[in-house]
Ligand binder design. Structure first.
Ligand code: C2O
Length: 588
């Protein structure tokens, strides 16, 4: 054997050995039975919707490259879909589970199988119902472990999901109905950590149960922090401990030290926490933030949990349990700083930012009004009861279909009359987007008209480089907006406060090691710039992950055409896919 072929043979041997060591990709199967269940909190029993009797729902554990098969059995009196939030669904858009976007909801009594691969992603994602508000209780973690078992950080002793959510004492379908009718006065009763309200909430003196996490002194733990809440961004802290942020949305980050994590709805943040404090008990707190006055105010949502060191008696040796000092809930700047400081752990191959842009969008996230009576073009404005307030992207409020799915229509070539492909690249006219005088009840309609309620999508050729600058506006209660794109990870090039200024702000773009995300928290009265290449054909929902923003129409969908080869094309719907209209598949 010549020198070269010897080298080749030994490389081959090494490769084979590595393959054997890491194991074959597996098929991970679950059955999700969705049903109603009564749960009592704060002295009241509420009917909630859950998977397999669990709130939060079952965790899906996979190794990178595995196939996931979930059989969904719907025992609810409502239609249902499940979305695998952040799973790229390469060439499997049919399994994306976005109600009326990629499929019609599964009717009561039905069952449906989702099948997809989890490739090229590692860390934490999650799943949730994707019709109406059901995701408040129908959700759970997806944990993807590296195939070679190696992390780019010291291997943690254990990992634990920290699922931040909300407790609603209201039927979630009813909540959706009320929101769709323009009623936004409903609020959850409490925040939850892994379904627990925590001991800061009580009814007639009986405290609610807290989430408790037991640790061994000296060990390090991977906390997978997921925000499943319908409404709020959360601050999360543990007294006496700091975190190293190591990943987000199924991608690694440059390790970043902080004592607080901020997590917006739709985001999943992985942090390492060393149990290196003097052994004892320590409180953890999840606290919702909100804009200050003059924005309309919501109650304080908080859940408190506990870290317990092994060997410490239940009374913590008679000592008070330290409580983390939280920022003022009206101060949203810590969120901006946190999100702004994250960078991606650079991988030369997958993580190369496209340096040219084929299609450029500037998208304002705002508010407008339309006539309540859709046959009318003219009606009384200024929040009269002839109008309905809607959320918009470039003045378009998304009107989802209610009896068909956009993906099927596109695939069949029967989209005409259901959607158009003219989602605008910019708002109809520029204005001072972040002018505080526009915070409601400011001069809304005057600034923004015209507003459209329509199904305006956008179509891209395969391999198009797309840049989007999202601009949060002072309208819509000057909220931040966690914008989530299905089927893609994108580079977050920069974030800023105030109005985006292309001349000045492009110099802030990070082309070197930007974070790779599926959800970007567009700061309150600020902007965020993202870039991605359309390498995954299908119909992909883009929306704000605040539920009331979705219900009000802050959404659109991107059509990505097939590439030139079968490997770059969306295959036909798999046998298990149920088409709209078949077996009564339509509205809830
Ligand atoms: Cu978690 Cu369409 O989103």
């Amino acid at each position: 054997m010549g020198k070269l072929s010897m080298a080749a043979a030994s490389i081959l041997c090494m490769a084979l050995a590595a393959l054997a060591a890491v194991g074959e990709a597996a098929v991970v199967e679950h059955t999700f039975v969705v049903h109603e269940m009564n749960e009592t909190h704060l002295c009241n029993t509420t009917k909630i919707y859950v998977v397999n009797g669990q709130f939060p729902g079952p965790q899906i554990d996979v190794t990178e490259g595995d196939t996931v098969v979930v059989r969904l059995v719907n025992r609810l009196p409502h239609g249902l879909t499940i979305h695998w939030h952040g799973v790229r669904q390469i060439r499997s858009c049919w399994a994306d589970g976005a109600g009326f976007v990629t499929e019609c909801p599964l009717p009561p009594g039905g069952d449906h199988t989702y099948r997809f691969n989890v490739t090229g992603q590692v860390g934490t994602l999650w799943w949730h119902a994707h019709v109406t508000c059901l995701r408040a209780t129908i959700n759970g973690a997806i944990v993807i472990r590296p195939r070679d078992g190696k992390y780019p950080f010291p291997t943690p002793a254990k990992d634990v999901p920290i699922i931040i959510g909300e407790w609603w004492q209201l039927d979630l379908v009813e909540l959706d109905r009320r929101m769709a009718d323009g009623n936004f006065d409903d609020n959850p009763l409490s925040a939850t950590i892994n379904g627990k309200l925590g001991d800061l909430s009580n009814c007639s003196g009986v405290p609610e149960e807290s989430f408790v996490f037991d640790v061994e002194p000296g060990q390090s733990y991977l906390l997978r922090i997921i925000n499943t809440a319908l409404f709020s961004e959360y601050y999360f802290k543990v007294a006496g401990h700091t975190f190293t942020v190591v990943g987000a949305d199924g991608n690694y980050l440059t390790p970043f030290e902080t004592d607080m994590v901020t997590v917006a709805p739709g985001e999943a943040i992985d942090v390492l926490m060393a149990a290196d404090a003097p052994p004892g008990h320590y409180h953890m707190i999840a606290l919702a933030n909100q804009p200050p006055l003059p924005d309309p105010q919501i109650p304080v949502f908080i859940s408190r949990g506990l870290i317990r060191y092994a060997g410490v008696p239940n009374d913590n040796n008679g000592l008070p349990v330290p409580v983390p000092i939280m920022p003022n809930q009206h101060n949203t700047m810590p969120s901006f700083y946190f999100h702004n400081k994250l960078t991606g752990l650079a991988y030369p191959e997958r993580h190369r930012v496209p340096m040219h842009v084929d299609e450029r969008f500037f998208i304002t996230l705002g508010l407008g009004s339309i006539c309540r009576d859709p046959t009318k073009k003219v009606c009384k404005r200024r929040r009269s009861n002839e109008t309905i307030v809607v959320a918009t992207m470039n003045n378009v409020s998304f009107h989802p279909p209610t009896t068909t799915s956009l993906l099927e229509r596109y695939y069949d070539g029967t989209g005409k009359g259901v959607y158009t492909e003219d989602f605008p690249e910019h708002p109809p006219r520029p204005y001072n987007y972040t002018d505080r005088a526009m915070i409601p009840p400011g001069p809304l309609e005057e600034v923004l008209e015209p507003t459209f309620k329509a199904t305006k999508l956008r179509r891209f050729k395969y391999n198009t480089s797309v840049e989007i600058v999202f601009q949060s506006t002072a309208l819509l209660q000057s909220d931040s907006n966690p914008m989530h794109l299905h089927g893609y990870d994108f580079f977050v090039l920069a974030q800023g406060l105030g109005n985006f200024n292309p001349k000045r702000d492009v110099y802030k773009f990070n082309y070197h090691n930007p974070q790779v995300r599926n959800t970007v928290q567009v700061p309150r009265t600020g902007w965020a710039a993202i870039r991605f290449v359309t390498d995954n054909p299908g119909m992909w929902y883009l929306h704000c992950h605040f539920e009331f923003h979705i219900v009000m129409g802050m959404a659109t969908a991107f059509i990505v055409e097939n590439g030139p080869t079968p490997e770059t094309s969306l295959p036909p719907p798999p046998p298990e896919y149920k088409r709209c209209g078949a077996n009564g598949l339509s509205q809830p």
